[in-house]
Design a protein around this ligand. Structure first.
Ligand code: S3P
Length: 178
């Protein structure tokens, strides 16, 4: 465990589906001795329903409302968290403000081909059902620039988890010294 600063600001991972937020987040939390929270898993556990069930039964807007409530609640009431958000959490400007205000925001990126390879065959992501390449392409276009507000951005295409974590830790340490 390594404590990097006095503030112990939470770290929020943002990025498109399949950029590795959950995998990186889990290991990053372990390195820092912080609590790891996967926002999607938190929603599923509080709702007692899967994400496809939530989308099918109550619609995307309802899911976004839960996402907003839980994210805001966590960031305003806790520190020393690593939160892996869902790829669409950045669509709500209030979420972005809350992340920037209460956390160190890290964007993970990957190219279309990488993402398609990583999410192919996944039935747990309602927005990617059908022609995966077409869906990823359309959503990436629609979300262009949405992840740019992060304090730091790490490309994940050609990196293993360890160097990604090292890049985040270094940016986090610099941010904490400001
Ligand atoms: C979504 C991403 C998913 C999940 C939901 C919607 C999105 O999370 O929140 O299916 O709109 O990009 P991951 O980014 O962890 O796949």
């Amino acid at each position: 465990m390594m404590v990097m600063n006095d503030h112990e600001t939470s770290i929020v991972l943002i990025g498109f589906m399949g950029t590795g937020k959950s995998t990186v987040g889990q290991q990053l939390a372990q390195h820092l001795g912080y609590e790891f929270i996967d926002l999607d898993a938190e929603i599923v556990s509080r709702q007692g329903r899967t994400i496809p069930e939530l989308f099918a039964q109550d619609g995307e807007a309802y899911f976004r409302l839960q996402e907003n409530r839980i994210l805001t609640d966590l960031l305003q009431h806790k520190t020393r968290l690593v939160i892996a958000t869902g790829g669409g959490a950045v669509l709500d400007d209030n979420n972005c403000k809350t992340m920037l205000h209460n956390g160190f925001v890290v964007a993970l990126t990957a190219q279309l081909d990488t993402i398609v390879a990583r999410v192919q065959g996944d039935t747990n992501r309602p927005l990617l059902q059908g022609d995966v390449t077409e869906r990823v392409h359309a959503l990436m276009e629609a979300r262009l620039g949405r992840y740019d507000f992060a304090h730091c951005t790490v490309e994940t295409d050609y990196l293993a988890v360890e160097p990604i974590i090292a890049a985040i830790m270094s940016a986090y340490a610099k941010h904490s010294l400001r």
